[in-house]
Design a protein around this ligand. Structure first.
Ligand code: SF4
Ligand code: SF4
Length: 217
C-alpha cells in the first residue's frame, strides 16, 4: 500500500525519474531498509552552446522547486503510514573527505537510475547529467530497481573531460568498485566551485562538464 501511494505521487510527475534501492550496501541499513531516490530534470536542458551561468542556475532552481513539492507530498504519505523515514541532507558534512552523509549518487546507481560518468556525476539515459537528485531513507521493503554496475559512456567520449576548465577529470570510466579519486580530483573541483560562494551564495554545480554530455540532448 505504501509503495502504491508513493508511486501514485510520482505518476503526477511523469518527467521525474525514480526508483528504490536496497540500502544493505550503506551505513544506514540498520535503521532504514530502503532508499527512494529520484531525479528531477533541470528546468532547461543546456548544452555547451546554450550554457550560461544564469540559465544553468535558473534550471537548477526550477528543479529544486519541483523536488521540494514532491518531498512535501512524500512526507505527508510517509507520516500517514507511520513508517520510519529520514531525508538525508544534500550538503557535505565532511570537509576533509568532502562527502555527504548519504550519497544520492550511489543510491541512484543502486536504484538503476543511471551510472557515474567520467564527470563524476550520475548520467541518466533520458536527461544525461542534467538532473537534481534527492533521496528518502525508509524503513520498509520495496520492489527495487536493477543496480547499474558499470558506465555506459562511449569509450571514445571525453567531452566532459575536455570541457573542464581546470582539468579536474581524469577521463577514467567508472564501475561500481571505482574510487572517486580515480575519476576526479575532487579537492581541485571543490576548490574551484567554492569560488562561487561569493557570487551565488553556494558552490557552483557541475556546469560545463554536465552541459558537454551528449546523453539527454
Ligand atoms: S564542476 Fe567544474 S571544476 Fe568540477 S569537474 Fe565540472 S567543470 Fe571541472
Ligand atoms: S560527456 Fe561523455 S564521457 Fe562524459 S559523462 Fe557524458 S557520455 Fe560520459
Amino acid at each position: 500500500m505504501i509503495e502504491k501511494n508513493i508511486r501514485d505521487i510520482f505518476s503526477q510527475y511523469p518527467e521525474v525519474l525514480y526508483g528504490f534501492a536496497d540500502t544493505s550496501y550503506s551505513a544506514y541499513a540498520g535503521d532504514y531498509q530502503s532508499a527512494l531516490v529520484f531525479a528531477v530534470p533541470y528546468g532547461e536542458q543546456l548544452t555547451v552552446e546554450t550554457y550560461s551561468e544564469e540559465r544553468f542556475e535558473k534550471g537548477i532552481q526550477d528543479a529544486k522547486r519541483i523536488l521540494e513539492k514532491i518531498l512535501a507530498q512524500l512526507k505527508e504519505t510517509l507520516d500517514e503510514h507511520a513508517v520510519a523515514y529520514y531525508i538525508p541532507p544534500v550538503a557535505q558534512d565532511d570537509e576533509e573527505e568532502l562527502k555527504a552523509p548519504f550519497s544520492f549518487k550511489f543510491a541512484a546507481v543502486h536504484a538503476g537510475l543511471g551510472w557515474i560518468g567520467k564527470n563524476d556525476v550520475v548520467i541518466t539515459g533520458k536527461y544525461g547529467p542534467r538532473v537534481r537528485l534527492s533521496a528518502v531513507l525508509i524503513n520498509e521493503r520495496f520492489v527495487y530497481g536493477e543496480k547499474i554496475i558499470r558506465n555506459h559512456c562511449p569509450e571514445d567520449c571525453h567531452k566532459c573531460v575536455d570541457a573542464c576548465p581546470h582539468k579536474a577529470l581524469h577521463g577514467v570510466p567508472w564501475n561500481i568498485d571505482s574510487f572517486r579519486s580515480e575519476i576526479i580530483d575532487y579537492r581541485l573541483c571543490n576548490e574551484k566551485r567554492s569560488l562561487y560562494l561569493k557570487t551565488h551564495g553556494r558552490k557552483n554545480a557541475c556546469g560545463l562538464c554536465m552541459a558537454a554530455c551528449p546523453f539527454g540532448t
